[in-house]
Design a protein around this ligand. Structure first.
Ligand code: 6GU
Length: 244
């Protein structure tokens, strides 16, 4: 996967790329990422990248020329998906992350101010993505969220291939509780089943806890699932318990 990022504040993004999994997959040549300052494609001596909105109003708009020039310079194979990070985009989900992780080349455009000239969207942007229903001061942090989420599902990112597919959301359920030593801490005990060594029972317990937790915290997620009779019975029991 090759990724190019266009930003007005590349320094927000660059340091995070030198840490953890993102560092490791770049070193392993699984992921090649470059962050560019959009000002490098400004054409005047003041390096102007924004201008006033036609029709008036508050806030500045990113000019079309630097964005068109930057994307033309970076999309050398003409095969890149051009992703614009904006609160108006498609909400980011794990399945969108996985779909994007299969692309060979992504160019991310981080907005600032009031956004970008509409003609850039019409002509070159292929995907618009939002990371949630709140407003950030710019797209850089959203880009970093997307980069991190994609990076960790790339082949070779996780030591244990399974762990990416076992975690929260990969099966549309929240994660089950986790415990480590000691087996008892200030009177609070680790559930017996986890100490039993009985792998089948542990798996069942974890699945049951994941279902209960999802029902309590994110019932909306369960609506996309077809629950088995056993799972439904489990929810019935835990509803009765929590209403006592
Ligand atoms: Cl992608 N950009 C900005 N500026 N704010 C956001 C966002 C993106 N996603 C959620 N809020």
């Amino acid at each position: 996967m090759k990724m190019d990022v266009l930003a007005l504040f590349p320094e927000i993004i660059a340091p995070a790329l030198q840490t953890g999994i993102l560092r490791r997959i770049q070193d392993a040549d699984r992921f090649s990422i470059n962050v560019y300052n959009l000002r490098d494609w400004a054409t005047d001596k003041h390096k102007t990248v924004d201008d006033y909105p036609y029709g008036g109003g508050a806030g500045m708009i990113l000019k079309p020329e630097p964005l068109f020039a930057a994307v033309a310079a970076l999309n050398t194979e003409s095969d890149a998906q051009i992703v614009y990070l904006t609160p108006q985009g498609t909400p980011l989900t794990q399945s969108l992350v996985e779909a994007l992780s299969l692309e060979s080349h992504l160019i991310l455009i981080c907005g600032r101010y009031k956004g970008i000239d509409e003609r850039v969207r019409q002509k070159i942007v292929t995907t618009e993505i939002s990371i949630g229903d709140y407003v950030l001061s710019g797209g850089e942090i959203a880009a970093l969220v997307l980069i991190d989420a994609i990076g960790r599902v790339l082949p070779g990112a996780l030591g244990d291939f399974e762990s990416a597919h076992e975690d929260s959301f990969s099966q549309d359920l929240l994660d089950h509780p986790h415990y480590t030593r000691p087996a008892e801490y200030e009177g609070m005990k680790v559930p017996e089943v986890l100490l039993s060594g009985h792998h089948e029972k542990i798996k069942e317990w974890r699945h049951a806890e994941a279902i209960k937790r999802t029902a309590q915290r994110r019932p909306d997620l369960l609506q996309n699932l077809e629950l088995t009779d056993e799972e439904l019975a489990l929810l019935q029991t835990s509803e009765n318990k929590s209403s006592c």
